[in-house]
Write a protein that binds this ligand. Structure first.
Ligand SMILES: [Zn+2]
Length: 109
């Protein structure tokens, strides 16, 4: 199985609890937990769009986004605006799932 490599230190991520997957619009990146903290510090001055996908915060976000997507796509709430929110939420749900299958699943617990 292909190893998940951290783009910061170029070393493989060996354990699930070391892994932080973050997304920035269309990109998903896997980092070591410690490396991501360094990345965050280095990019502090610039507005950062990277959002963590896994862990507690990511899971809660995933559930909220999934319910939002289902709600707005399956009902007529807010009309076209609602559909737009639904599509954006659905897109975020896809990002979460992609990150899970692409990285998290490959890193042993
Ligand atoms: Zn690293």
């Amino acid at each position: 199985m292909k190893m998940v490599i951290c783009p910061y230190c170029k070393k493989p991520i060996e354990k699930r609890d070391q892994l932080v997957t973050v997304s920035n619009l269309f990109r998903i990146r896997p980092y070591h937990y410690v490396c991501y903290q360094k990345v965050e510090q280095e990019t502090k001055t610039i507005w950062s769009f990277w959002t963590p996908l896994n862990g507690m915060v990511g899971n809660i976000r995933f559930i909220i986004l999934l319910s939002l997507a289902l709600w707005f796509l399956l009902t007529d709430s807010l009309g076209l605006g609602g559909e737009l929110i639904g599509v954006i939420s659905l897109y975020n749900v896809m990002i979460h799932m992609t990150s899970f299958f692409l990285y998290e699943k490959k890193v042993p617990k």
